[in-house]
Each structure stands twice: as structure tokens, then as C-alpha cells.
Design a binder for this molecule. Structure first.
Ligand code: BGC
Length: 672
């Protein structure tokens, strides 16, 4: 509180010392060649303000070409369903950014996965806004605990890379709020992020950086956002006016002035195209964050930063391990037993690949001081006890390290994937290996869903390893040999084929990649599992799915109350979880709801709570999942707000969106 008062007083004082020209300079103060920092203003000792790309750590190109801890991709963090781990990663990234002398981490990326082809799926959490916000809130809090600002991106409806700078996402009001804005809203309200980045694309015909509805009306006025808005890099190229951005609520144009050149700002101001009050608001939002991050302060008074510590590297490995999702394990081929194998075949294009390369995957590329490849990780774990061979037919077990290359067209910014399938050569390798050796395991290293229809039946085991960070090779080996029992759950539906998924169901380019620069979100709110449930399409692997090396039973779902009165209320669902296998393991209890009767169409189920819990063999633990009544609401277009209609709701508990064990009813009395 004292700090807060101090910041407010310092903002007021600085604002009163600024001339009009200096206010403009603040909005515009970038050197032409500096992509990630602003120029200082000498007269008032206003320092240069520095940002660095996230969200996989502090990116190389934006941190003075420094090597930093490379954490697993966001989609892998999302697969952990572990809020505390997400917070720890936020704290660690905050420390790395602080040690670099920067003030803002450009992350988290919280766009919703509308199409599995999106080149940036790996940088985002999920197809589900609830899971996204639950994991991003502690991340933002973790980053900001180090007095480093988080930056939510990309606001909003930035769901594909194809034509990202010129497309308009055509989305109805309910879908926009219920699916694409909801995580932004909740993170703003619960974690107070200090900045937000606008999207490249237009939303309903208006670019993100000049979108007054999204910025001023919704973000600032309705949700009470106190931070400042910056553009995505060079996003203002296609925008026509300076005042459009000012009046929309944009503080910083990045990385250099196009609409916010000093003379354009002065001209628009003298023609009264925006008010002084609006200008002051934009400047004070920005300088407030400069104070919050300690940009003006003696570094010795700020939290200590640290980079590349053994703790951060161990955290990266732990997160990588916990994010891995065991998709198939017939005959309990996994975990491997080091004592019963003599020869192992290690194959595939990702066996020796390093992913932390300069700009590999685009702006999120963190180059770590070292990176453990799967081959290195396996060799360390095998400790010369098992012979590595290259002919699968001579081995007891064969492992194919398949997946994508994290480069152009394969999980990378600026382009979408062209197919859901693996490259043909890899499919052939999988076929050849499985016919040479029935004990074949596929490890997929990729950042988005992969189609497996044409090979999965021949393969007994599949592990989705994602991009699991600089310690990835060790993390994979630890999971394959059972030092770590896999506990990841899919944050995305894996479709059998592309046409099963919502943006691709008709094959009409209007829904993807767009026609005449418009992408029509015709599927509305039915995104991800909401679509597969509604259309009764069997996915390859459903949202929330993931196996373990042990077995669990869930029993006895009950609620602490049968009735909920208004949207500020809470309900606690309790479930007993028993580990019926013989290894310690973690289970994710997932709670969904169904609104049985509603005046608008609602999805058959929506995630409303989850808890991850570790259970010893033979042990039974009770898990309490706290749900907020407001998370049962839908967005009512008629009233332009959120609403819960009175009546019956069904509460469902299970192990995935398609593995529901129990249900009970809950009454909403009255409406709100
Ligand atoms: C990306 C942003 C990134 C920015 C700065 C843009 O191309 O869309 O996510 O933060 O570049 O590097």
C-alpha cells in the first residue's frame, strides 16, 4: 500500500513536470535501430525503458544477444495443469529479465487455439479460456513479483499467422467475449498485468492498435485495466491516423514511430483531434509502469535478478517432465526397464535436434547456454548399460523421435502449418520401424496437435513431449525410464483429421485462412472440445486426456451446497481419488458443467475447475475443487454482459473431457 502511494505520488509529480512536447516524446521515444528499448529523456532523468521477448524465457535477439534459460513452450506448461509450477516459472523468468536490466517480458501469449495449424500454437496455452487463465494468472503474478511487467498478448482474436497483418477476424460479440476475450478479462481482473500488446490483425474490420472498442471501452473502462497498451511490432503500418490510436487507448507504438512521430502528434493535437485528458491518461499509464518496474530507481533497491542458475535449469527440466503427455501405452511397454533391455534403437529426425536456435520459431526464440538433445539425455540415462543400435530389427526396443522442426511452416511465427500430418518421410520411418520391431515407441517433439490416424494403430506407445526446454533430452529420458511418472494432460483436442476441427469443417476458405482478407469465425463459441462434443465427433485424443504409469479411480463426487444464489458465490466439488496401481503418480481431477436449460445454445460441457494431486499407491485422497459461480456464465448479446440463468446445472467430474465418471445437479436460484 505504501509502495502504491509512493508510485501514485511519483506519477503525479512527474506528470506535472512534463511539457506537452515531453509527453509526446514519451509516447514516441524510440531510436530507429532500437527494436526493444526507448530513448531516455535527459532533462527529467527519464531512463530508457527496455522490453524483451517471451514467453519461453528472455529471447536472445531482444536481450542483447544473451543466452538465457530456455523453459518449455507455453503449450507444455499448459499440459502440466499445475498453477504453482506456472507461478514458479513466472518468478524465474522475472528474475532472468531483471538480471538483464530489462523491465517488461513480452508474454504470456494467451490467444485461444482456434485452428491446430496456427504456427504459434506452441506459444499459447489452450483451446479453453478457463484453463488458459488459470495457468496464466499465477504466471503473471510470478513475473510481476520481481517488479518486471508482464505483457498479455496478442489482444485480440489473433488466431492464425496467415495474413496476420491484413486479415480481419470476423467474430460475433458473444463468441468474442466468451471465447477470445475471456482469459484477457480474468487475467486483467485477477493479476493486474502491467501491459498488453495489441494484435496485428483487425477485429471486425478495425486494427488492434486503433480498436477503441477493445482497448478503451472493454479493457480499460469495463474491466478496469490500469496498465498500458503497446502495439505489436510494426503493426501500425496499415493504420491511417495518429488520433485513431490515441483515442483508442494506445500508449506505445513499437518498435519505432510511424503514427506517433512528434510532428504527427503535434499536428493532431493542435487540430484538437484528441483531448489533453486522453493524452495524459496514456502517458500516466506508461510512466506508472516505469515506476512499478523500478526503472527510475537505484538497482540495489530492487529484487535481485539472476540468470542461468542451476535452480532455473532444474525448474525447466521439472516443467518439461510434468508437461509431457503419455498418449498411448499398450501392454505397459513404458516405462522402460533398464535391466531387461540389451539393445535399443534410437531413430528419427528430432533425436539430435536442438530447438533453442536464433529466431527458431520466431520472436519467442530463447537460446540457452546449453541444450540437452534426446540423444544426449538417453545416453546419460543408459550409462553404457544398454547398447544403442541403428537397426530397429536388432533391438529389444525402438524409439522414434519424430515431430516438427520448429521452423518455417512447422510451429513457427509468421506462417501456419500446411498439414496436420507429420512429414511423409517420418510416417515412412514410423511404418518401417514398427514393421521391423513391434516394441516401437514414438516420442513426438512438436508444439501443436499431430494427426496419427495412418500410423497409430501399429504403434504400442506414444509420448507427446512438446518442446520441453533446454533440459528436454533429460526430461524425456526420465519419463521413458519411469524416474518421472507422466502426469501431463492435453490442453488441446487432437483431431483425427483436419476437417474434424471447427475452423476446417467445411473446407471453405472463409473460415480458414479467409477470403478477401476476412476470416469468418462461423463456428462461433464451439471451439476445441466444445465443437467435438456438440458435433459428436470422436477426437483422436480428447482435451484433458493423458495416461499415467499407475491407475486411478475417482469416486463420490459431492458438492458443499445444492444451490447457488448469485454470481459472487462459490461451490466446492469434492472427489475421492484412489491410486489403484503400484507407483506414485498425479491425477488431474477435472470438473465440467452443463447448463441443462438455457435460452441460448451452450456447449455440452465446459471446464469450470480442476486440481492436480499426487497420490501414493493404495492411498485415497479427497480433492476439493473450488468453483466460482461466475465461471458458469455465458455472454448475453442482448444485454452486452455476462449472465447466469436460473435453473438446473449438471456438474461432471472426470479424467478428461471424454472420460466423465460422475455427475450431480446444482441449482441456480434467481439469475444474475
Ligand atoms: C510478435 C510479438 C513479439 C514482437 C516483438 C512480433 O512479430 O508477434 O509476439 O513480441 O514481434 O519481437
Amino acid at each position: 500500500m505504501e509502495d502504491q502511494l509512493d508510485v501514485d505520488a511519483r506519477v503525479t509529480e512527474l506528470m506535472s513536470s512534463l511539457t506537452l512536447r515531453e509527453k509526446f516524446m514519451l509516447l514516441t521515444s524510440h531510436g530507429r535501430r532500437r527494436m526493444y528499448s526507448t530513448k531516455s529523456i535527459k532533462r527529467l532523468d527519464i531512463p530508457s525503458f527496455k522490453v524483451t521477448d517471451g514467453p519461453l524465457g528472455a529471447a536472445y535477439h531482444s536481450s542483447g544477444f544473451k543466452k538465457n534459460t530456455r523453459f518449455p513452450a507455453t503449450v507444455s506448461i499448459a499440459s502440466t495443469w499445475n498453477r504453482e509450477l506456472s507461478r514458479e516459472i513466472g518468478v524465474a523468468m522475472g528474475k532472468e529479465v531483471r538480471a538483464l536490466g530489462r523491465h517488461i517480458l513480452l508474454g504470456p501469449g494467451i490467444n485461444i487455439c482456434r485452428t491446430p495449424l496456427n504456427g504459434r500454437t506452441f506459444e499459447y496455452y489452450s483451446e479453453d479460456p478457463f484453463l488458459t487463465k488459470e495457468l496464466a494468472i499465477p504466471f503473471v503474478q510470478g513475473v510481476q513479483s520481481q517488479r518486471i511487467g508482464a505483457c498479455l498478448k496478442h489482444y485480440a482474436a489473433n488466431n492464425q499467422e496467415t495474413d496476420r497483418r491484413s486479415n480481419s477476424s470476423e467474430v460475433d460479440e458473444r463468441t468474442l467475449h466468451e471465447i477470445y476475450l475471456r482469459a484477457f478479462r480474468d487475467i486483467v481482473k485477477e493479476a493486474d498485468p502491467w501491459s498488453i500488446m495489441t494484435c496485428y490483425n483487425m477485429v471486425n474490420g478495425v486494427y488492434g492498435a486503433e480498436n477503441k472498442y477493445l482497448l478503451r471501452e472493454i479493457l480499460m473502462d469495463r474491466w478496469g485495466f490500469k496498465g498500458f497498451a503497446m502495439t505489436d511490432w510494426l503493426a501500425t503500418r496499415s493504420i491511417k491516423t495518429t488520433e485513431g490510436c490515441i483515442n483508442a487507448g494506445l500508449s506505445l507504438e513499437m518498435p519505432w514511430p510511424m503514427r506517433y512521430k512528434l510532428n504527427s502528434l503535434e499536428a493532431a493535437h493542435s487540430e484538437r483531434k484528441f483531448t489533453d485528458e486522453t493524452l495524459d491518461d496514456l502517458v500516466q499509464r506508461y510512466v506508472r509502469v516505469m515506476f512499478l518496474t523500478g526503472a527510475f530507481d537505484d538497482p540495489s533497491t530492487l529484487p535481485n535478478g539472476e540468470r542461468n542458475t542451476p535452480e532455473h535449469q532444474a525448474l525447466s527440466r521439472r516443467a518439461g517432465e510434468e508437461g509431457m503427455v503419455l498418449l498411448k501405452n499398450d501392454g505397459s511397454l513404458l516405462p522402460l526397464d533398464i535391466d531387461s533391455i540389451d539393445r535399443i534403437a534410437l531413430l528419427g529426425p528430432n533425436l539430435q535436434k536442438k530447438f533453442g536456435r536464433i529466431l527458431s520459431g520466431g520472436s519467442s526464440a530463447v537460446v540457452p547456454p546449453y541444450e540437452i538433445t534426446p540423444l544426449q539425455g538417453m545416453k546419460e540415462r543408459l550409462r553404457n548399460k544398454i547398447k544403442i543400435v541403428s537397426d530397429a530389427s536388432e533391438a529389444d526396443v525402438a524409439i522414434v523421435f519424430a515431430g516438427l522442426n520448429h521452423g518455417k511452416g512447422q510451429d513457427s511465427e509468421s506462417g501456419d502449418r500446411r498439414t496436420l500430418d507429420l512429414p511423409e518421410k517420418q510416417i515412412q520411418l514410423i511404418r518401417d520401424t514398427t514393421s521391423a520391431n513391434p516394441n516401437t515407441i514414438i516420442v513426438l517433439i512438436a508444439g501443436s496437435p499431430i494427426a496419427m490416424e495412418n500410423w497409430i494403430d501399429d504403434v504400442p506407445a506414444v509420448l507427446m513431449a512438446w518442446y520441453s526446454g533446454m533440459e528436454g533430452g533429460r526430461a524425456i529420458a526420465n519419463v521413458l525410464f519411469g524416474d518421472v511418472n507422466p502426469s501431463g494432460r492435453l490442453p488441446l483436442t487432437f483431431p483425427r483429421k483436419l476437417s474434424d476441427s471447427p475452423a476446417h469443417s467445411t473446407g471453405d476458405p472463409r473460415t480458414f485462412p479467409g477470403v478477401d482478407k476476412r476470416v469468418y469465425y462461423d463456428e462461433g463459441i464451439f471451439i476445441g472440445y466444445r465443437w467435438f462434443d456438440e458435433k459428436e465427433i470422436e477426437p483422436l485424443f480428447p482435451f484433458g486426456f493423458g495416461l499415467s504409469y499407475t491407475e486411478f479411480e475417482q469416486r463420490n463426487l459431492r458438492l458443499d451446497k445444492q444451490r447457488v444464489i448469485d454470481s459472487n458465490d462459490f461451490v466446492v466439488a469434492s472427489v475421492d481419488v484412489e491410486n489403484t496401481g503400484n507407483r506414485v503418480g498425479s491425477q488431474v481431477v477435472q470438473i465440467y458443467f452443463e447448463d441443462i436449460e438455457c435460452s441460448v445454445p451452450r456447449p455440452p460441457k465446459e471446464l469450470v475447475g480442476f486440481e492436480k494431486i499426487g497420490v501414493e499407491p493404495g492411498e485415497v485422497k479427497t480433492v476439493d475443487v473450488r468453483m466460482k459461480a461466475q465461471d458458469f456464465a455465458f455472454y448475453d448479446e442482448k444485454e452486452h454482459g455476462w449472465k447466469i440463468e436460473g435453473g438446473e446445472f449438471r456438474i461432471l467430474s472426470g479424467r478428461s473431457s471424454r472420460d466423465i465418471h460422475h455427475e450431480v445437479e446444482l441449482q441456480f436460484t434467481g439469475s444474475s
